[in-house]
Design a protein around this ligand. Sequence first.
Ligand code: GDD
Ligand code: MN
Length: 372
Amino acid sequence: MNLLICVPTYNEAENIEEFITAVFAGCPPETHILVIDDNSPDGTAAIVETLITRYPARLHLLNRPEKQGLGRAYLAAFAWGRSRGYDAFLEMDADFSHNPGYIPVMIKEIKTHDVVIGSRNIKGGGVEGWSAARNCISKGGSLYSRLVLGCPIKDLTGGFNMWTKAALDKIDLSSIISKGYAFQVEMKYRAYSAGCRIKEVPILFADRKRGKSKMSKKIFAEALINIWKIKKNIGIDTGIDQFCKFCVTGALGAVTNLLIFFVCADRFELPEIPVSIGCFMVAATQNYIINHKWSFKRNMAKGTLSLKMWLSFIAGSLLGLAANIGVMEMILLNFKLLYKFFAQGAGIAAGMAINFFVSKFFVFSNIIRKKI
Ligand code: GDD
Ligand code: MN
């Protein structure tokens, strides 16, 4: 397998020689390195040029006129490598935060996957040498991205990732919007949305010993906002806003249910059990329509309502109702509560969760895995 290790550098003169030596020492001979340097004032590129005489066929340098951000550097590297026929690409920092020792593990996994992610956030992975504050920002950022995007990848922001050529082909690199931190998130979310086979392998990320981090507050702030744009560009509703829409729909259903109940049971004094069943059916149907047209709109290949889908939605709602009653009863039987109200609250939460799950994965599961 022809692997191209892409290493963006900006002022890494203190690290680059040792880094390149370490990587070549631990990798199979068909592995090449491409350094993408943004005209570092500290002369990183000049050091790489002298090293090229030591590794003439394996080490390459792409000089860029000015600092354009990590994302742009990687895009240039991918374009360079794709036009030269490499089979796989590895993104890696030059500052030893990414231990070259993990490369063989990643090479092994890429044989059966499209994307291999060096992950700090799974068992066996972690971070060494970061302050509690930086750790908190990183974990928070990762959780935020996962929630907004509804993406199960544990380390969305990490920068130690391997891609097959096929994976990059599935991602339309020309429409990537992120320049900084969010670039990693955008790439991974696109791969996930395009149905790539993704594997996370645990890595210990070590803080750099030499040189300075180039990540700034500005890059971080840009990332927070970009997450929403990234999501919108892909066009699949997967994250927390879908759940919020689902909740609003449910609340509207409850209002409809209560209104009809009030008119029929209180005003016209009809028997409450049949009225309650009728209310349930009307409200569930209303929920089905609103969820179809709004909450799960983007999931739907076709915009048409159907009897089959309606029936499965009603079944899901009944399941939710059963869970509601079941959980409420269980709590009332096992705990002494000040108010029964709390048990019903927990029941509603359980019912809603089940209802949401059934809606998302069964009723409206017709996700268009859009070719992106
Ligand atoms: N060419 C180029 N242009 N290289 C750059 C630029 C740029 O504008 N900015 C940073 N780099 C290079 C650095 O020289 C280094 O080799 C690598 O990109 C990572 O930059 P750092 O400044 O060391 O990033 P970090 O350690 O703060 O962040 C790392 O962890 C993040 C997740 O916590 C990176 O791996 C990020 O990609 C990752 O999101
Ligand atoms: Mn770093």
